[in-house]
Ligand binder design. Structure first.
Ligand SMILES: Cc1cc2nc3c(=O)[nH]c(=O)nc-3n(C[C@H](O)[C@H](O)[C@H](O)COP(=O)(O)OP(=O)(O)OC[C@H]3O[C@@H](n4cnc5c(N)ncnc54)[C@H](O)[C@@H]3O)c2cc1C
Length: 469
């Protein structure tokens, strides 16, 4: 049931210049940017609340050259950010979209801060040569943006599912929505698809990524691929479906203590070991690559094993680094010795002891690491020995938290058809789009992509609708 009726909102607003679909990071930034430009904006969200996967996320956003990095003495550059994104994506990304991210990231960061978004500590994570994942409380960020949008006169209606685009002469002129089972047409100057990914649509996952059958399917309940389907029906192209991956670190199964997200102790000093007690991957790799390696193990799960030194790097501000929180939920095994820990994990104690001894010898530089690990994550920070008890182990599977593929867009966020032509009036931003990440994912570039391209999509849609500043 909508908090505000769609009809009443449209009557109050007048014919919208821009309709934005989805109230996650991409949709809210699009709505705020379009409204700041002077557009009449209607924002439709199918659930009864805003946030989508953005609110569930760890809130890490990848920026280079920020105040927070400078305060920590971290030297970073746009060139290094671009090189990391392209290398992690194995050069399968659309470079023109990566260029947009790199060009717009600092301006978007400043804009979001002016809107009231606050960033805390900066962490190193997947695919980063220097720490550049800026932590924020994602729910608070969503709240801040929703309030800003309302303050700018954006009509936000919850409980309205958009499911088809209106087309006149191959141009998008509005959207058909479903409210409490009834269909309503909303006409507008332009439409922005910001409906997120399809991590909760089993049919689409089975179609594109059948190898992820052993992965957990995470992401927000609204991530059902609606925008993708609407785009296809209007003739849109899509890309990067072969690169949907599972994220390593999630406790497998439906354990109610799970809390929706896992931990990545591997980026703070843990190793990943199989049920045989052996390492199987370079743990500094992007967590999607670790997820792939984990799914290839006979049991499709592995353990993150670490010591008190890593536990002391705990950061309650960031879910994936909140190890003590995990301990409190009972999802961490702990013991004073590695042998006792092995008993709790059900792995051979001798093998685990030898695995840790070999790893520590490599950290000390006495031998080459078996999997070539030389850093904590990406190429940032040096690994440390696993030597100081108590010791910890976290059972970890791979989970499809986000689908890094989707509709093809150009650098101005226009959705393109299968011939590479713009579909007039249709824009897209965030997880519903493909092309940016390529074959791999740098932590923080998904929330980053949603905000950066969301803002641009709002401005481009307003301009298409004839709104000039
Ligand atoms: C546990 C977890 C941790 C993560 N951590 C990080 C991280 O730290 N850093 C990072 O960069 N990325 C992270 N990600 C990924 C990232 O959160 C998302 O990719 C990103 O936030 C997507 O933003 P979005 O606005 O495109 O989509 P969403 O935030 O998912 O918003 C889409 C919205 O559209 C709505 N919607 C869907 N269909 C319709 C429809 N038909 N009509 C109207 N509304 C509709 C949905 O209900 C939803 O509210 C994480 C994801 C998860 C699940």
């Amino acid at each position: 049931m909508s908090a505000r009726s769609l009809a009443a909102t449209v009557q109050e607003l007048g014919r919208p210049d821009v309709v934005v679909l989805g109230a996650g990071q991409a949709g809210l930034t699009a709505a705020v940017a379009a409204a700041q430009r002077g557009a009449r904006v209607l924002l439709l969200e199918k659930l009864d609340y805003a946030g989508g996967s953005t609110s569930m996320s760890s809130g890490l956003t990848a920026y280079a050259g920020t105040d927070e990095q400078r305060a920590l003495g971290i030297e970073d550059s746009v060139e290094s950010l671009k090189a990391d994104i392209l290398a992690t994506g194995r050069h399968k990304s659309d470079e023109s979209l990566v260029d947009v991210y790199c060009r717009e990231q600092l301006a978007t960061y400043r804009w979001l801060k002016e809107l009231g978004v606050e960033y805390g500590h900066v962490h190193a994570a997947s695919g980063q040569s220097v720490p550049r994942s800026h932590a924020t409380d994602p729910s608070r960020m969503i709240d801040t943006l929703a309030k800003r949008a309302e303050g700018l006169g954006v009509g936000i209606v919850y409980g309205v599912r958009a499911f088809q685009l209106l087309l006149v002469d191959e141009s998008v002129t509005g959207v058909v929505c479903e409210v409490n089972g009834a269909l309503t047409e909303v006409r507008a100057g332009a439409v922005v698809l910001a409906t997120g990914g399809f991590s909760r649509n089993t049919d689409l996952l089975e179609r594109f990524v059948p190898h992820l059958v052993h992965a957990v399917h995470g992401g927000a309940p609204g991530s059902e691929g609606d925008g993708l389907l609407m785009g296809w029906k209007a003739g849109a192209d899509f890309r990067d479906t072969p690169y949907v991956k599972g994220t390593f670190g999630i406790y497998p199964g439906d354990d109610p203590r799970e809390g929706g997200t896992g931990i990545l102790a591997v980026y703070k000093g843990a190793i990943a070991v199989s049920q045989a007690g052996r390492r199987f991957v370079d743990e500094s790799s992007p967590y999607k690559a670790i997820g792939d390696a984990c799914l290839e193990l006979p049991e499709h799960v592995a353990w993150q094993v670490f010591d008190q030194t890593t536990m002391d790097r705990d950061d309650p501000e960031v879910h994936i680094y909140w190890f003590s929180g995990r301990l409190a939920t009972g999802l961490l095994e702990t013991a004073d010795t590695l042998e006792q820990l092995a008993g709790k994990m059900g792995v051979p104690a001798d093998t685990l002891r030898q695995t840790v001894a070999d790893y520590n010898a490599a950290v000390r530089g006495e031998r080459a690491d078996e999997f070539g690990r030389t850093s904590m994550s990406g190429s940032a920070e040096r690994p440390t020995e696993i030597a100081t008890g108590p010791f910890y182990a976290h059972l970890s599977g791979a989970s499809v938290l986000a689908t890094y593929c989707g509709l093809t867009i150009d650098p101005e966020t226009h959705v393109l058809d299968v011939y590479g032509e713009r579909i007039p009036g249709l824009f897209a931003a965030g997880e519903v789009t493909g092309g940016f990440h390529g074959a791999g994912y740098v932590t923080g570039t998904s929330v980053g992509k949603a905000g950066i391209f969301g803002r641009l999509a709002g401005l481009a849609a307003a301009a298409h609708a004839g709104v000039t500043a």
